[in-house]
Design a protein around this ligand. Structure first.
Ligand code: BG6
Length: 472
């Protein structure tokens, strides 16, 4: 049976920059089963125009051999123009004879309308084969809008047909979190509040708005990064071991973590959340404007370009362990990690001062690697200790890495839901953040200079004796 991928909104940035390069790489690696790809958008383009547009986004198409492969691949590309009316979408019917994937590369406010229209056009259901719908975060703007979106989608599509992408779930380090946690005997006995003192999840970017000011000013860091990407890294760090490897069990366990998060008290949001907004500074020796001076941003915008949260998970495993999450734009480094700090040892019988705590760090950026920070004897006379790092790059020589989109597109083609969000995961994440969203409707974010570690106020989240790890 043939499989057809229809991309709605195919003339946009996501399609050219991420989706088609990923599909093309999978094709060159001979990993794609036969696949027809149909671009669909409002632009009145010819098929040739669409192909030329996509080709510009494929890196390194130079040699004769590359071009031959590209020509083979592009013979499977089609283009149709049209709007999101069921009448117009119906015309796609003959192009999708059997299995079909409908990828909504559209502005998020159109997800509900497009999903319904595809259903009304009869594209959600067929006698043989399958039909799938793909959408990508943000899923709603808050709990209420996420619930409306779920209802809209479910009017025409079953939950099993829906693939909600959070591209962090396709990242190698995210996937490694589960493998590393559950494939190592030594870890599970100490992966709990008896041995772990705190967990810090940081995703710092030096990037600014990259031209996305309209979206970003309405969203802010909390909605853009923490509600989804960082919340996913958090659930995977905290979840219970799975009894079987299945998408449903995995997602059930993730929801269970979210349900156990202690609600943030409405009147005490400041003890659990900090927001910041960058001011002008120098990044890589280049002067960058402050957020309020960025083109398009209203001069009094109170959008958070940095957000930090503290959670407690009220279950047996994590009672009392703070989980700190933070992400910001225009920070001092492009640096991301999940860092787990272990409790101190009860004191060495060697007459020394306090021994520093161990850390296990899953570094995502700048390089994917795992670091175990331990104490060992300092060479020389006597019994001094010092910290050393046992480190390994994630990728070993000769190994092939896949991008998040390559991973996730393969999963969609294979019908594997494990790395996609179920509707209740999305809604629980929003539910946890509701008090913060409400509190942040008033007041202002703390300013922080571009190229810094973020607002000084983030320190107030930390428990006594704990501090944020530096971005390095
Ligand atoms: C996106 C956010 O979801 O993730 C961006 O909208 C952010 O603001 C990006 O820059 C970070 O992901 P990555 O994989 O590009 O580092």
């Amino acid at each position: 049976m043939a499989t057809t991928l229809v991309i709605l909104g195919a003339t946009g940035d996501l399609t050219r920059r991420l989706l088609l390069p990923a599909l093309y790489r999978l094709y060159t690696l001979d990993l794609l089963e036969p696949l027809e790809i149909v671009g669909y958008a409002m632009e009145d383009w010819s098929r040739e125009q669409f192909i030329a547009h996509i080709k510009e986004g494929i890196p390194g198409l130079e040699s004769h051999h590359d071009l031959k492969t590209w020509n083979e691949f592009s013979s499977h590309l089609e283009y149709r123009s049209g709007d999101l009316s069921p009448e117009k979408l119906k015309e796609l019917g003959p192009l999708v004879p059997d299995n079909g994937i409908f990828y909504l590369a559209l502005p998020p406010q159109l997800f509900g309308q497009a999903a319904e229209a595809l259903g009304k056009a009869g594209l959600n259901d067929i006698q043989r084969g399958w039909r799938r719908l793909v959408i990508e975060k943000p899923f709603g703007w808050d709990l209420a809008s996420a619930q409306v979106l779920r209802e809209q989608i479910h009017r025409e599509w079953d939950e099993e047909q829906v693939y909600r992408i959070d591209h962090f779930l396709g990242k190698e380090t995210t996937q490694n979190l589960m493998v590393f946690r559950f494939a190592n005997r030594f870890l599970e006995p100490i992966w709990n509040s008896a041995h772990i003192a705190q967990v810090q999840i940081t995703y710092a970017e030096t990037l600014g708005l990259e031209g996305r000011w309209r979206y970003y000013d309405a969203a802010g860091a909390l909605r853009d990064m923490l509600q989804n990407h960082l919340m996913q890294l958090f659930t995977l760090t905290a979840l219970e071991p799975l009894s079987v490897w299945s998408a449903e069990v995995l997602r059930e366990h993730k929801v269970e973590v979210l349900r156990s998060v202690r609600p943030i008290p409405e009147g005490a949001v400041d003890r659990f959340a900090v927001r910041g907004q960058y001011t002008a500074g120098l990044i890589g020796g280049r002067a960058v404007p402050g957020y309020l001076q960025e083109p398009g941003i209203p001069p009094h915008s109170r959008t958070d370009t940095f957000a930090a949260l503290k959670f407690y998970v009220d279950n047996w495993r994590w009672q009392g362990v703070p989980f700190y999450l933070r992400s910001g734009k225009r920070m001092a480094a492009s640096y991301a990690e999940i860092a787990v700090q272990f409790r101190p040892v009860p004191g060495l019988p060697l007459g020394q001062r306090e021994t520093p705590c161990n850390w296990l760090v899953f570094q995502i950026k700048p390089s994917e690697q795992m670091d175990l920070i331990v104490n060992a004897k300092r060479p020389g006379l006597g019994f001094e200790d010092r910290q050393v790092t046992l480190t390994t790059p994630y990728l070993q020589e000769g190994e092939t890495e896949f991008s998040a989109y390559e991973q996730l597109l393969m999963d969609i083609l294979e019908g594997d839901h494990a790395q996609f969000l179920r509707f209740d995961e999305v809604e629980w994440s929003w539910r946890i953040l509701e008090p913060v969203l409400a509190a942040w409707k008033t007041g202002h974010p703390e300013p922080y200079e571009a190229n810094s570690e973020g607002p000084a106020a983030q320190a107030r989240l930390m428990e006594p004796g704990q501090s944020w790890r530096p971005l390095s």
